[in-house]
Structure formats: C-alpha cells, structure tokens
Design a protein around this ligand. Structure first.
Ligand code: C5P
Length: 252
C-alpha cells in the first residue's frame, strides 16, 4: 500500500493517470491495466465527477490509489482533507509545498495519527514543487519569485525535508538536482512522461521513461501514452521494457 522505495519493479514505477469523467472508463482501464502499472492516480477531474464512487470502485478492483489532490489551504483544512482520505482507505496523496511548513507538518502529523487510529498503513504524502506549467517568466513576473526555477525547487524541497514529507513531485532535470542535494531522502515522482513513440499532447517539458530513470526518478505519471494507445497493454509493456533497460544504466 502506498509508495515504498524498496525493490521496485518497472511496473511498480508506473502511476497511471485516470483522467476521465466516467466510472465505466475507470472500470475498463483499471481492469485492463492493473497488472501492468503500480497504481492509479485520481485527480480533480475524476474526483469532481465521480468522487468516492471512483475510489471505492478502484479499491474493489484490487488496485492501488494515489490521490493527486494537490492540496493548498490553511493547515487545519488540508490536515482534515488528508485525514478524510485515510479514513476512506486512501493513504497516498499530494499537497503543495508552497502551502508552507505549518500546513505540511500539521498534515503529516494528523495523517500519521489517523492511519494509526484506523489501522491503516503509514501514509505517503508527496509535495508539489513547481507545476510544470510554470516557466521562469511566470515564476518571476506573476509570483514575483527572484530565484531561478532550480533554486526555487531546491528551496521548496528544503521545506519538504523540514516538514517530514515523504516525497516530491518534480521534473526530471529537477530530480537530478534533488538526488544530488538530498540523496535518497525523498521519493521522486515525475509527470509529463513521453516515450519517443508517443504523442506529446499539451505537455511542455516532456521526458522519456528512460531519461526519467537515469535522472533518479522513482515513479512516473503516465496518462495518454497508455490510455489513448490503440493497445494500452502493449504500450504499458513498452514502457516497462524501457524502464528495465534504463534501470541497468542509472547514472545517479
Ligand atoms: O501523460 P498525460 O499527459 O496524459 O498525464 C496527464 C496527467 O499528468 C494529469 O493527470 C496531470 O495532473 C498530471 N500532471 C502533469 N504535469 C504536472 C503534474 C501532473 O501533467 N506537472
């Protein structure tokens, strides 16, 4: 249950994004792919259409869930949201590191207490660094942050460390830096994965599964390269092969 970094197989490393509005599609994708990916990511799109029906269905089908809520609110609100998820059997979720250490530490503490109280596995909380939709210009001009992206991501990762967050969500180039600065302290989850044979869609800074692994990434979010493929199982198997090959030549 949850993300754990020991003896990961290539399949374990794939987090399949369930970006759909329909329970039928959830059932189809989970049934088809649960033996080919490590877990299923539920985000705002699916949750606002099917809420806990989707979560209960995925659990009933025997698959793991990562709730990508990207919470960012006052400490007690985020802590209660995390606690509610755990009570419903979801122990892995995300929050924005920019929410600050008070929000993060409160959430970690309450999540751990709730998991213990309800006999659930220890929770895994991942911190969003900087959304990949941000570039240097928007960071500087809109958020008025004077650091460059790499420095800002490092700064946020220090907040994650201080708050005892389990992992961070970052791009492959940032993952490389995080591994150097923080060694294996964090689980690193990387989105915007695009194998060379897939369509880029609306993602901007994309990376191949092999490059993600070589950069020190533990888990990768993959959506459309698998879900929109003519043969999703064949697509997942290609990604598994690519991860296995790259794992043999990890640089960091
Ligand atoms: O592989 P695909 O582009 O379909 O994956 C889309 C998923 O990746 C979405 O669920 C989105 O939330 C997630 N994601 C992302 N970029 C980020 C963080 C998450 O694309 N920086």
């Amino acid at each position: 249950m949850g993300f754990n970094n020991t003896n990961l197989t290539a399949k374990d490393r794939i987090v399949l994004a369930l970006d759909t509005d329909s329970l039928e599609e959830v059932e189809r994708l989970v049934t088809l792919l649960k033996d080919y990916v490590g877990c299923f990511k539920v985000g705002p799109q699916l949750f606002t259409s099917c809420a806990y029906d989707a979560i209960d269905l995925i659990k009933k089908l025997g698959a793991e869930i990562y709730f990508d809520g990207k919470f960012h609110d006052i400490p007690s609100t985020v802590a209660k949201a995390g606690s509610n998820l755990i009570k419903r059997g979801v122990t892995t979720f995300s929050a924005h590191l920019a929410g600050g250490t008070k929000m993060l530490t409160t959430t970690v503490k309450v999540a751990r207490e709730t998991a213990k109280k309800f006999n659930m596995p220890a929770p895994t909380i991942l911190g969003v660094t900087l959304l990949s939709s941000f570039g240097q210009r928007t960071l500087t001009e809109e958020l008025n942050v004077k650091m460059n992206i790499d420095e800002y991501v490092s700064h946020l990762t220090y907040l994650a460390k201080e708050s005892k967050i389990d992992g961070v969500i970052a791009s492959a180039s940032e993952a490389r830096k995080i591994r150097k600065e923080f060694s294996d302290e964090f689980i690193i989850l990387c989105p915007a994965i695009r194998p060379t044979w897939s369509v880029v869609n609306d993602q901007i800074r994309v990376v191949t599964p092999a490059d993600a692994i070589r950069s020190g990434v533990d888990y990768m979010v993959v959506g459309r390269p698998i879900t929109a493929a003519d043969d999703p199982i064949a697509a997942a198997n290609l990604i598994i092969d690519e991860i296995e090959q790259a794992s043999k030549t990890v640089e960091v």
